[in-house]
Write a protein that binds this ligand. Structure first.
Ligand SMILES: [Zn+2]
Length: 473
């Protein structure tokens, strides 16, 4: 039976792939594509990461732990004293190091970034794989691309990744919906429309009547796409804002079809009515004066998630080109462009009043116990980098009031739950062995998520050095 796969999310339906996984790995080794194979392959079928601090992803921690991996899955996690290594188990001593679940980015736009240019002309299977591998390099196990991908091509790449054709973060995507010929910001819109013409595939669904809303949702359901991203934003007057009666019709029909709605909304004040309509979550927090405790409580009551998405503006002010963590994955010419300049400073200025406003608003989300999920909008504009920006966003979370542990939860188990990634986001038996080995403890300083010693995806060590060599060419 063919694998029935949802376009937008990978669900349990991927089991068939897992059964064939060993055969696929062997095949890949025979093919030996240089940038595509996993790195220093651990030869044993079973191995034990021993003597290591384990951050589970649910808020718990094992200071002197061990984790057993068999055939790509975690089969045991516990204190060292509780876990038997046994015969035929390769033991990897990780004393002094910390392991945590690989990260997940719940808001990005893959395919358009070309590093020397940005746009539809860069979108290709090869570029999608490059972006997914950048995520993997930075310790990510999955990324959700929010309503900007040509569906058939995105689906092919998603399936190829799941089948093990190349090691990378998993790829999730959505259909986009807005009034006809609208949605993304004006620059992005031009390129999304061009890409639809270029590929003959669908990205955006234009809706200006209830009937059209229902028909479009059914069309998306027939394609097995499990998430619709809606834009409710007039883009400063250059577009038309999706009307409430239309997003309600979209949400009602989506609920009938088991499809979730993720919203891009213009203002925090748009959130209550969108919650009423039944959206699952918000891809921009609009953290600030508009987002007070009352809306925060409504978010929790409706069980909606929020991607605060605060780093996009800040990166424009920072001299990120001199940051070694980013430089390691960019050609030198691109880093040079991003170095210190009139606009980009080593120590970016932050206006005190604005910072206090952000802290207060973010504090309301924390006080109301809202499900905060990591997302970056990476790739939506030029020079907003994949993976790297996720680590920056975690720093912002902590700067504005989260503990490092809360930030890690927001980047691992929360997004996994929200995106339907049932085997990611936790270091627990039965989960896929997708994890990051860190030299330093991120609970002491969240910036230590950058101290990546190695990345495991599907129980295999990623060849980060090989990928970096490829990225910096
Ligand atoms: Zn976006």
């Amino acid at each position: 039976m063919p694998i029935q796969q949802s376009f937008g999310r990978s669900l349990e339906r991927n089991c068939t792939v897992r059964l064939f996984w060993p055969a696929i790995v062997v095949l890949l080794q025979v093919l030996a594509l240089p940038q595509l194979v996993y790195g220093q392959q651990v030869e044993a079928e079973r191995y034990l990461l021993d003597n290591v601090r384990v951050i589970v992803g649910d808020g718990s921690i094992l200071e002197s732990g061990a984790l057993m991996i068999e055939g790509g899955r975690i089969t045991a996690v516990g204190l060292r004293s509780e876990i038997e290594s046994g015969l035929g188990v390769e033991v990897i001593d990780l004393s002094g190091k910390t392991i945590m679940p690989a990260l997940i980015d719940s808001h990005a736009h893959l395919g358009y970034e070309g590093h020397t240019s940005w746009g539809a002309e860069n979108y290709s299977r090869e570029n999608l794989i490059d972006h997914l591998q950048r995520y993997a390099y930075y310790g990510f196990s999955a990324v959700f691309s929010a309503g900007s991908d040509p569906d058939a091509l995105a689906y092919q790449v998603q399936q190829a990744q799941l089948a093990g054709e190349f090691p990378s973060a998993r790829f999730l995507f959505a259909a986009g919906m807005a009034p006809p010929g609208q949605g993304p910001n004006d620059q992005f819109l031009t390129h999304a429309v061009a890409l639809e013409q270029q590929t003959g595939q669908r990205i955006l669904y234009g809706v200006d009547s209830v009937e059209q809303a229902i028909d479009s949702v059914r069309e998306i359901a027939a394609k097995n796409i499990s998430v619709i991203k809606i834009w409710v934003d007039d883009r400063g007057g250059s577009q038309q804002k999706l009307a409430p009666q239309l997003y309600r019709a979209i949400a009602d029909e989506a609920a009938e079809n088991g499809i979730e709605i993720y919203a891009h909304q213009q203002y925090a004040e748009d959130m209550p009515d969108l919650l009423e309509a039944g959206v699952s979550g918000f891809l921009h927090g609009r953290i600030g004066a508009g987002l007070g405790l009352e809306i925060a409580q409504q978010l929790t009551e409706a069980n909606a998630f929020v991607v605060p998405n605060m780093g996009l503006g800040e990166l424009r002010r920072e001299a990120i080109g001199v940051d070694e963590f980013l430089r390691a994955s960019l050609p030198a010419s691109v880093s040079a462009r991003l170095g210190e300049s009139g606009q980009r400073l080593l120590k970016a200025n932050r206006e005190e009043a604005r910072e206090a406003e952000l802290r207060t608003s973010f504090g309301h989300l924390l006080d109301a116990n809202v499900d905060i999920v990591l997302g970056t909008d990476a790739g939506a504009v030029p020079d907003h980098f994949f993976g790297y920006t996720g680590h920056r966003e975690l720093e912002i979370f902590v700067r504005l009031g989260m503990t490092p542990m809360q930030a890690i939860i927001a980047a691992t188990s929360k997004p996994a739950q929200r995106l339907g990634l049932d085997d990611l986001g936790l270091l627990q038996p039965g989960y896929s062995a997708d994890l990051v080995v860190l030299d330093e403890n991120p609970l002491n300083d969240i910036r230590n998520t950058r101290s990546i010693s190695s990345v495991f995806l599907n129980g295999k060590i990623l060849d980060r050095a090989g990928l970096a060599a490829h990225f910096t060419q």
